[in-house]
Design a binder for this molecule. Structure first.
Ligand code: SAM
Length: 277
């Protein structure tokens, strides 16, 4: 009998992929965690039936979310990742030679343990001595930080369940306090094609807190709508002025100075839906 994983993107719109093996499944304290091997997407991680990461396109998402803010900083040393328990953002942040410490705060320790056990494509950063892993609530952790980080990266689930707290104006204000001078904030901000009003509202909240807030996008075929939006914000630093560039030794598969420029170009409808409406 065939086994399929199906995610409902919107009422009447679904993504399905044939599953070749159920690798891991656990009802954690916070969510239903599954890892599957699939025919077309490689190994995938889902939480509450929503795809978090797939081997086929995770590099596009993680390289965009992490390298856009970090390359805008001349020498990032301390980085905070809120969420991101799969380890993909950690792996990318540790590629910056100036980085001395990356703290990952995920509310669900089971996601971290499952990644360590079953997601070799993502989990390499957990064994790096510069990685500090904390199991706890992101907003509660950030609320205590004052001028500590060169970048805060929010790699969250959707704004439902425990992820809801990662999209509030209060949380963005505490991120602002947690940044060192010259620091940057980046976050995934949902589907600009299927959920433009959700993206617009997120940017309104970010814009009330940060004087500089820019939208950028990247194609992530396994996320709803296939194109994903991100925020990069700061207290003054221009998110689209790269201070450094990678070379071939970094082994990046998506990010490049050209892709970065392209990422900040919004089509007229998106500009209208997210920024001008
Ligand atoms: N790339 C993914 C996406 O856009 O679908 C997100 C990946 S990552 C697995 C999301 C993580 O956010 C999950 O591991 C979840 O446990 C974590 N998370 C959700 N709410 C949180 C909170 N309040 N504090 C810290 N982490 C949280």
């Amino acid at each position: 009998m065939e086994l399929w994983f199906t995610e409902e993107w919107l009422p009447g719109l679904k993504l399905s992929v044939r599953v070749t093996a159920i690798v891991f499944n656990k009802k954690t304290k916070f969510q239903d965690l599954c890892i599957y091997d699939t025919e077309q997407l490689g190994r995938i991680l889902t939480l509450d039936n929503v795809i978090q990461t797939t081997e086929i396109d995770e590099y596009i998402y993680h390289e965009s979310l992490v390298h856009v803010p970090l390359f805008a900083h001349p020498s990032p040393e301390r980085v905070l990742i809120v969420g991101g328990g799969d380890g993909g953002s950690l792996r990318e942040a540790l590629k910056h030679p100036s980085v001395r410490e990356v703290t990952v705060v995920d509310i669900d320790g089971d996601v971290i343990e499952a990644s360590k056990a079953y997601l070799p494509a993502l989990n390499s950063g957990f064994s790096d001595p510069r990685a500090k892993v904390i199991v706890g609530d992101g907003p509660a952790f950030v609320d205590k930080a004052r001028s500590e980080y060169d970048a805060v990266i929010v790699d969250s689930t959707d704004p439902i369940g425990p992820g809801q707290a990662l999209f509030t104006e209060e949380f963005y204000s505490s991120i602002k306090r947690a940044l060192r001078p010259g620091g940057l904030f980046a976050a995934q901000t949902e589907s600009p094609i299927l959920m433009p009003a959700v993206v617009r509202d997120i940017f309104r909240r970010i814009g009330r807190v940060f004087p500089v807030a820019r939208v950028f996008t990247a194609p992530v075929p396994t996320y709803p709508g296939g194109l994903w939006s991100f925020a990069c914000a700061s207290l003054g630093t221009d998110p689209n002025l790269p201070a450094r560039q990678p070379n071939e030794a970094w082994g990046l598969r998506y990010y490049s100075p050209e892709m970065r420029e392209r990422a900040f170009i919004l089509n007229p409808k998106m500009k209208h839906d997210i920024i001008e409406s």
